[in-house]
Design a protein around this ligand. Structure first.
Ligand code: TRP
Length: 456
């Protein structure tokens, strides 16, 4: 019987750290966060973001760790064990649903990133200009065949790692790739800070300007603080179900949140000095990653090498984040339905591939399905909107309420102090207070504003 086999897990504290960080570090660190810091008041926004991490990100992360490590089960099994088959199970159901939706479109973008590593290696960006980078990007996304094939490659890579299992797959891969990601980003940083005119990029990122901290900036920072850390959809419940028994959960959450922020800053340092030194305007999103970066990097000495490094590190970020999304349904199917890991991954890969193609073929208005609209959105945008704006904030809110009000404080204390071995009563009390009285309120605000129910 599947359930009687010894459950897999990470082998050390270091493995726990790299695996968890590899989920948090994703495309968000590269095309979203650095730009948001720069355009919302630099250092001032960074401070605000850290405050949001304290009041939203960390409390939810610690709560997910509590659920996962206490029960050592997949997200639906875990909630059922804690509260039986009640409505709270919907946390798990919504989480798995959100994981699928993100996988559908994230695999598409990851495919573009993979194809850019290949293009950079071939030297396709050697002589690009502002017009030709646009053409390269449209060819990459509109396809139809190349983006579909790259998406299949991505899904295959992620699936193979997940089939290998928690220790031989997730642990081994993240322990190798996370240090490599750091090394690559630092190489890009060294080149960037030695460019003439680099200081404007630093000013953009770090200049402390409190006047730019508008109410929109606050909403952005709040949403980011938990999207960034892969919260609200069962990912951290699932990963923490593999944590070692002696791991200090609160410490791990701080280390992961700070390292993730550091990766975003290092990415910003790799990008913006170069952008400014060519007199270009910074922007966010796919345009920054797929057009501005190839354009600027192609003009600096050692740029072709740097482009390969940059897209390689972006592929690592995208791949390891996707692994942690796929593990959510896989843990569920293997544990609750008794399907073997290999079979569960193959079935899921096919589902993700088939539905994911809908996202790929609707990513651009010129794509094959570019003008099919559901609720006024193409499939790509719809999957993104439902998962990021509705399911994740809702999942986060439910998790805060579930752990804050539906579990005994004693159980939470026992788990977070490793049954009293750690001497951390004070910090647990602070966490518990924030979780009950502050986090749900802030998550409600995020949810109401991101769904457009209330305009703040
Ligand atoms: N944290 C990821 C990023 O910043 C995005 C993300 C959100 C995610 N939810 C997730 C990644 C769940 C893995 C699992 O890019």
């Amino acid at each position: 019987m599947e359930s009687q086999k010894k459950r897999e897990g990470f082998s050390s504290g270091l493995a726990v750290f790299f695996a968890t960080l590899s989920s948090a570090v994703g495309l968000g660190n590269i095309w979203k966060f650095p730009y948001l810091i720069g355009s919302n008041g630099g250092g001032a926004f960074l401070l605000l973001y850290l405050v949001c991490i304290l009041f939203v990100g960390l409390p939810i992360m610690i709560s997910e760790f509590y659920i996962g490590r206490k029960t050592r089960k997949n997200v639906i099994g875990a909630i059922t064990e804690l509260k039986g088959s009640t409505g709270w199970k919907s946390i798990g159901v919504l989480g798995i649903f959100a994981a699928y939706l993100i996988l559908f479109f994230y695999s598409s973008v990851a495919g573009w990133v993979y194809s850019y590593v290949f293009k950079a290696l071939k030297g396709d960006f050697k002589a690009v200009n502002a017009d030709t980078v646009k053409i390269v990007f449209s060819n990459t996304t509109i396809g139809p065949m190349p983006p579909i094939l790259w998406q299949i490659v991505v899904i295959a890579v992620v699936s193979i790692i997940i089939i290998l299992g928690v220790e031989k797959g997730i642990e081994r891969v993240t322990k190798t790739l996370m240090p490599l990601l750091f090394a690559l980003i630092i190489i890009c940083d060294i080149r960037a800070i030695t460019l003439p005119g680099a200081s404007d990029g630093f000013k953009f990122l770090f200049n402390v300007d409190f006047s730019k901290l508008t109410k929109d900036a606050v909403l952005v920072a709040l949403g980011l603080s938990f999207f960034k850390l892969s919260l609200g959809m069962g990912t951290m419940v699932t990963y923490s179900s593999y944590f070692t028994e002696d791991n200090n959960l609160i410490k791990t959450s701080f280390k992961v949140a700070l390292s993730d922020t550091l990766v975003s800053l290092l990415a910003g340092i790799a990008i913006f000095p170069a952008v400014f030194s060519f007199g270009m305007q910074p922007e966010a999103g796919p345009g920054l990653l797929f057009m501005t970066i190839p354009l600027v990097f192609s003009q600096i000495p050692f740029g072709s090498f740097l482009l390969v490094a940059f897209f390689l590190l972006s592929s690592i970020a995208a791949t390891t984040a996707m692994m942690s999304m796929l593990e959510v349904p896989i843990a569920y199917y293997t544990e609750e339905k008794g399907i073997t890991r290999k079979k569960a991954v193959i079935i899921n890969a096919i589902i993700i591939g088939v539905v994911g193609i809908l996202a790929t073929l609707s990513a651009d208005s010129h794509s094959l399905f570019g003008n099919i609209k559901v609720f006024g959105k193409g499939f790509f945008d719809l999957f993104d909107y439902i998962s990021s704006n509705i399911l994740m904030p809702l999942g986060g809110l439910l998790i805060a309420l579930f752990v804050g009000y539906k579990n005994s404080k004693r159980d939470v204390q026992l788990q977070l102090s490793n049954k009293g071995i750690l001497n951390n009563v004070a910090i647990i009390n602070i966490y518990y207070f924030i979780l009950r009285y502050i986090t749900p309120l802030l998550l409600l605000i995020i949810f109401l504003s991101s769904t457009g129910i209330v305009k703040f």
